[in-house]
Design a protein around this ligand. Structure first.
Ligand code: MN
Length: 488
């Protein structure tokens, strides 16, 4: 790795970046780590540079790249955080401090897991940029895992797979998530990894390329006729996701592999829908496989149109259709959001950070470590859904949430006084499992004293559970009054 490679990457996404700052950070890190070696025999600065390079690759802004270069200075050299602050300013020093704090985890086993999870979330709530640096740092550590003893390799791979990768997914940084997952997969399940790698890379590569060329040829012609500028690429499917699909759906490699995947990038949202029409006119769409994540984005902000058609040779062919901006967001997540923010788009990462705050609440309210992990896994490490109020306010909830969960997410009183619900204008049961994009209107009765204890059997969010339990604890008499009519 050379400084020039990092500089070029930074220039790719930001031609006006202050390269002097980057160069002086490199000189300082080089001096600080001079003489230090990594376990694999490389000079330590290689690790700092690789971390910075990954950050530049996901389009993190310059200060984050600089902090990436400096991230191990206070921890591993004779220079201090004060030195970093004096030379590079308070903001960069704060990021470096965040990383240093994050790396100090002394526990073992399950305690370690909880601690590392907590620290990640606290760091993320304080400054999400620190998490990006941590991911880049971890990615390079994974790439150099060979130098460590096998038990350490397994521990780091497992921790990454269970904590880092899901969080990268939540933040929408798919590129890092996939890269981390594939390396962990290799260390945790070496046999399965080799088998899939052989099948995917060696056996099917030629066939895949030929098929994708064929689809591109047909589609490109029609898009040109409609005067839609476009870029079509075959999509790389990463091995761990194939492996997971084989596990979950109990299907064989060929069934999963034989879905060919392409990505179509066009200039505008209007073009996305036009292109969708063109694809459906050429090939027959598979029922139930069309998803409009442009009208209703995924909770992490992901936008795209998805459809699967019966393509050439009768093969199922998946398309993702999106604009260039959506594509960058999908690959680089919040990092791209910052990039666009600097360059004048109106995205606010704060809005999608709500679940982080929720998690901090959960952490404060849960004493038992195992409870915390289970709840956290449930609340955060699962897909979340977007549900709307009749006014169009959006709430994100964990999958499987019910109208009662929604009511408590809106307001405690709305939950406590809920007597009925309209889902998409139709009366529905209070234990209905809500779906992405549902419009939910809660009917309340101001005279209602409190929640029904039975709701505990179906609510999903910790907030709803806590509020229902809290009510029961606080006012047993009030509860009784509700069930015995006429009691005063
Ligand atoms: Mn490091």
């Amino acid at each position: 790795m050379t400084l020039k490679q990092i500089v070029d990457k930074v220039k790719d996404s930001n031609s006006k970046a202050d390269l002097k700052k980057l160069e002086s950070a490199y000189d300082f890190a080089y001096k600080a780590h001079k003489g230090q070696m990594r376990k694999n025999g490389e000079p330590y600065i290689e690790h700092s540079m690789n971390t910075a390079f990954t950050l530049a690759e996901i389009r993190a802004d310059l200060d984050i790249v600089v902090a990436g270069l400096l991230h191990d200075v206070p921890e591993d050299t004779t220079y201090t955080l004060e030195d970093v602050e004096k030379l590079f300013g308070k903001d960069i020093a704060l990021m470096v401090e965040g990383i240093t704090k994050l790396s100090k985890i002394k526990y073992r086993g399950i305690e370690r897991y909880v601690e590392s999870l907590r620290k990640m979330f606290i760091a993320m709530a304080n400054d999400p940029r620190v998490i990006l640096i941590k991911f880049a740092d971890r990615l390079h550590n994974l790439r150099t895992l060979d130098a460590l003893p096998p038990d350490k390799q397994k521990r780091i791979a497992l921790e990454t797979l269970e904590i880092y990768a899901p969080i990268a997914g939540l933040l929408g940084i798919w590129r890092l998530k996939w890269q981390m997952e594939d390396i962990c997969f290799k260390y945790l399940y070496p046999g399965e990894y080799k088998k899939l790698e052989y099948k995917y890379e060696v056996e099917k590569k030629v066939e895949r390329r030929r098929f994708i060329q064929k689809v591109k040829g047909v589609l490109s012609l029609e898009l040109r006729k409609a005067k839609i500028e476009h870029e079509i690429t075959g999509r790389f499917k990463h091995l761990y996701s194939i492996y997971k699909k084989m596990q979950v759906k109990d299907r064989k490699f060929d069934e999963i592999y034989d879905v060919f995947a392409l990505r179509l990038v066009v200039p505008t949202v209007e073009d996305c829908y036009k292109a969708l029409g063109i694809i459906h006119a050429i090939w027959k769409p598979l029922i139930g496989r069309f998803k409009d994540y442009i009208s209703v984005p995924k909770p992490n902000g992901y936008r795209s149109l998805h459809t699967t058609v019966i393509g050439p040779e009768g093969k199922a062919t998946e398309f993702q259709i999106r604009t260039k901006e959506m594509n960058e967001e999908a690959l680089y997540g919040i990092a791209a959001h910052w990039y666009y923010k600097q360059h004048g788009s109106e995205f606010s990462p704060a809005k999608q950070m709500r679940w982080i705050k929720e998690l901090l609440d959960l952490q404060r309210n849960t004493k038992d470590s195992h409870d915390f992990i289970n709840q956290a896994k449930f609340d955060v490490f699962r897909n979340r859904i977007f549900v709307l109020t009749p006014k169009g306010d959006v709430y994100d909830l964990p999958e499987g949430s019910t109208p009662i969960d929604f009511a408590y997410a809106v307001h405690t009183d709305v939950g406590n006084q809920c007597v009925g619900v309209l889902v998409d204008d139709k009366m529905a049961a209070l234990d209905t499992k809500l779906k992405n994009g549902n419009v939910v209107e809660i009917i309340i009765d101001k005279n209602r004293r409190g929640p029904n204890h039975e709701w505990l059997s179906f609510v999903r969010t910790h907030k709803a559970k806590n509020k229902i339990k809290q009510f029961a604890r606080r006012s047993p008499l009030e509860n009784l009054k509700r069930f015995i009519p006429g009691m005063k």
